[in-house]
Design a protein around this ligand. Structure first.
Ligand SMILES: [Zn+2]
Length: 374
């Protein structure tokens, strides 16, 4: 199973400089290759193989004026030649449009890192050739095969994207079925009693949200102040504030996504034979004004998406039960229905004597549904 992974790189100023050099070299070599092929074609010659072009570059490097090619990994140039040749061939085979030259401003700022040279350590560190070791926002799996590693810049951050070939050994699964109930006060409650706390109650998130609210207030005040008739003028100060707001939103999103990754990883690693979740009608729930914000933040959809693909990776069966399945209202012990269960009732108590955390009761019902379906 091939997985795409994209992580942020935390580079020093010095490393950023080196990466810019690699970006520039990749662009220059790409354009040089296209120009060589075009000129060659005009002269009525056959396509030059990327191997031959690479040899030309090796010769060029000896010249003083091209010495700078040594500043970056030779794999950067090698791949740029290959990419340009591929684009050229694709055009002649009718698979793509005529390749365009890469412009400094408008083309994607990226370069290639050799697969063999990409080193990953289990402490969230990665080695980019000729740039150095860097911390990554997330751990890239170790002990797996990598392919096509590319470093790119999105205008704000540097990223490493890499394909990972995870030839998963079909590991022994336990015979446990896990039901997972997603909620707002607690993000997830598993039928085995494990709980995943909500990230929104942590200090970090609260602090960011507080700063966000302050900035948003200040931005809207400034909008009012700079109002000219029905036009809004943007001052440089306002632009600055909006950038900060955007940055904070990005941070929140990544904190939340990471949290879900950790939670779903932990569940998958216990190797249950089956995971059962509710197919949540997120759209319907969003219509409830009071719940919508919290639901959005918890990213329920993201949780089930991640859970589903991680189950697939381990060969765990992933089951979604109908959203009309009464997981909360049903007693997990005697199957009796409690019609008057209110949202504020945190404890589910039944006439059969069961007194249990409401979410755990739901998780147990989901597990039962999974066991019955087997
Ligand atoms: Zn009962």
């Amino acid at each position: 199973m091939i997985l795409g992974k994209k992580v942020r790189l935390k580079a020093t100023k010095e490393q950023e400089k080196k990466m810019w050099k690699s970006v520039g070299t990749a662009r220059w070599v790409y354009n040089w290759t296209l120009a060589r092929q075009q000129e060659n074609y005009k002269q009525g010659n056959k396509f030059i193989s990327d191997n031959d072009l690479r040899k030309e570059i090796t010769v060029m490097k000896q010249l003083d004026e091209f010495k700078w090619l040594y500043d970056v990994s030779n794999n950067v140039a090698k791949q740029a030649v290959k990419d340009a040749c591929e684009a050229y061939v694709n055009f002649f085979q009718g698979k793509a449009e005529y390749p365009r030259f890469k412009s400094r401003k408008h083309s994607k700022r990226s370069f290639y890192n050799d697969t063999e040279k990409l080193k990953v350590k289990p402490n969230k560190r990665v080695l980019i050739e000729k740039v150095g070791w860097m911390e990554t926002s997330e751990q890239i799996p170790v002990g797996v095969k990598y392919c096509d590693p590319r470093v790119s810049f999105d205008g704000k951050y540097w990223y490493l994207s890499v394909c990972i070939d995870q030839a998963f050994e079909k590991e022994e699964l336990t015979d446990e079925v896990i039901g997972i109930d997603l909620g707002i006060t607690t993000l997830a409650v598993c039928s085995n009693g494990n709980k995943v706390k909500s990230i929104n109650k942590t200090k970090v998130v609260r602090r960011i949200e507080k700063r966000l609210r302050r900035l948003q207030r200040s931005a809207s005040r400034k909008y009012e102040m700079n109002k000219e008739g029905d036009r809004y003028a943007k001052t440089s100060n306002l632009i600055k504030i909006e950038k900060q707001i955007q940055h904070l939103h990005r941070r929140l999103t990544s904190i939340r996504t990471n949290h879900i990754h950790q939670a779903t990883n932990a569940i998958a690693k216990t190797k249950p034979c089956k995971v059962v979740m509710e197919d949540l009608n997120v759209k319907g729930m969003m219509r409830n004004r009071h719940l919508s914000k919290a639901i959005q933040q918890q990213k329920f959809k993201e949780f089930s998406r991640q859970m589903a693909y991680k189950c697939e990776m381990y060969g765990i069966e992933f089951m979604e039960v109908d959203r009309f399945f009464p997981s909360s209202k049903k007693c997990s012990s005697c199957d009796e229905m409690k019609k008057d269960l209110k949202l504020k009732d945190r404890i589910y108590s039944c006439e059969c004597g069961l007194r249990i955390d409401r979410d755990l009761n739901a998780a147990l019902n989901l597990r039962k549904a999974g066991q019955l379906a087997a």
